[in-house]
Design a protein around this ligand. Structure first.
Ligand code: PLP
Length: 425
């Protein structure tokens, strides 16, 4: 089932066949990129130039292989918040990953696939009581915390939980830092571990998050060293510390492979130093964008255009797209460097480039893709732009603000992956 396409055919007057609920099977003659171009052609011919995404689900399998090869001691618990499409989760469940859930909704989604509760960590340090109670009812035992109030809630509503203490670390060099909101200071950890003990709660490990889209491998090293201190404090307080959770933060877009490999080298060395093999510590991580980013490609259409002359006579262009900040491009505004899209148009010769502002379709002036301009050729209304690496934090952050529908996603996979899914009970 493709939830984002449900009912759209009828509502938008698009031929039903354009919104298939079955996955599209890729083969040697149809790659995901070719599929995007084919869909663009189909939509242009039908006169319904809606934005869409193609999800190449085989990418998940290759990302999984790469992750396990680079970090052989680390079990991935995929961060559902990054891309919670049912087929993405189904493929990952079939591949055998664990899952990091942030809410009751995500727990329900993953448990609904038949995933065993032992393969889930409820990794939101500040949870609603009703969500804690739900985890307790379903037997999801691993939960994170970073403050005393949370311990009091857990002692009352889930005394049998196995708790992981999330620590605060320096993550200001990541594109999306998280330290102001989550993580206990190292100096506060001794007290929290003691309080947990007094409340009869079991703390079984420590976790951190280096910030999403981390640029500094050394952040992991420092955090692993800090967790080593927390393990010592935990043991001193009488806890049996056995789980180290490296969180997320691994880069995911094309071209970031070298950065990931460097991170893996630093992590493996830090693990060998602070948590050597044979000490019985299970190491897990919560990668999101590493798995999902390169799964999806978005295709968007220019619905309006403006041209202006700057004081020096330079031309500037503004393209209004049928997808924007309130749709799948929510995270773009925080990207330090704008991503230049692929232009789907043939030019007789190398075209001139102009500084272009890319706006989304709503009436909010804030609705633009990047805070700076991108260099693009002169394009026309109805022309298409393609954005690769759109699988992370895109659909999950979309809204229908101003009445614009959620962008449809076409799931695509190889016959081999299809067969693998068919063997899953
Ligand atoms: N784990 C937690 C607790 C998070 O908050 C996030 C993202 O915000 C992730 C994992 C996934 O991070 P990333 O997508 O950078 O791997």
């Amino acid at each position: 089932m493709n939830p984002t396409s449900e009912g759209r055919g009828e509502r938008l007057g698009v031929a039903e066949s354009l919104w298939p609920s079955e996955p599209i099977i890729l083969g040697p003659e149809v790659s995901a990129r070719q599929l995007v171009l084919k869909k663009i052609q189909e939509l242009s011919t039908s006169g319904h130039q809606h934005a869409f995404m193609v999800a190449d689900l085989d990418v998940l399998a290759s990302r999984h292989r790469t992750f396990l090869q680079a970090l052989p001691r680390v079990q991935p618990f995929y961060a559902v918040k990054c891309n919670s499409s049912p087929r993405v989760l189904l493929v990952l469940a079939a591949l055998g990953t664990g899952f990091d859930c942030a809410s009751q909704g995500e727990l329900e989604q993953v448990l609904g696939l038949g995933v065993d509760p032992s393969r889930i960590i409820f990794a939101n340090p500040c949870k609603a009581v009703s969500h804690i109670q739900y985890a307790a009812r379903c037997g999801v035992q691993l939960l994170t915390f970073d403050n005393e109030e949370e311990l009091i809630k857990l002692a009352r509503h889930y005394p049998g939980a196995r708790l992981v203490l999330r620590i605060q670390i320096q993550d200001s060099q990541s594109t999306f830092p998280l330290h102001t909101k989550f993580g206990a200071h190292l100096e506060a950890c001794g007290h929290l571990l003691q309080v947990a003990r007094e409340l009869g709660l079991a703390v079984v490990g420590a976790s951190f998050h280096v910030g999403s889209d981390c640029h500094t491998p050394q952040s992991y090293r420092q955090a692993i060293a800090d967790c080593h201190c927390v393990f010592e404090m935990g043991c001193k307080a009488g806890h049996q510390m056995s789980i180290l959770d490296l969180g997320g933060g691994f880069p995911g877009i094309e071209g970031s492979e070298a950065k990931f490999e460097e991170m893996a080298r630093v992590i493996n060395a830090a693990l060998a130093q602070f948590f050597p093999e044979g000490t019985g510590v299970k190491v897990i991580a919560e990668p999101g964008r590493f798995y999902a980013a390169s799964v999806c490609t978005a295709a968007v259409n220019i619905i309006a255009k403006k041209s202006s002359l700057e004081p020096g006579g330079h031309r500037k262009l503004a393209y209004y797209l049928n997808e924007g900040y309130y749709g799948v491009f929510r995270v773009f505004l925080r990207d330090p460097v704008p991503r230049t899209p692929i232009v789907v148009k043939e030019f007789p010769s190398e075209p001139c480039l102009f500084p272009c502002t890319l706006y989304g379709p709503t009436c909010d002036a804030f609705d633009r893709l990047f805070s700076t301009e991108v260099q693009l050729p002169e394009l026309d209304v109805d022309d298409w732009l393609i954005f690769p690496d759109m699988g992370a934090y895109s659909s999950t952050m979309s809204s229908t603000f101003n009445g614009f529908p959620i962008t449809a996603v076409y799931d695509a996979m190889s016959p081999q992956l299809r067969s693998l899914l068919e063997t899953v009970p």
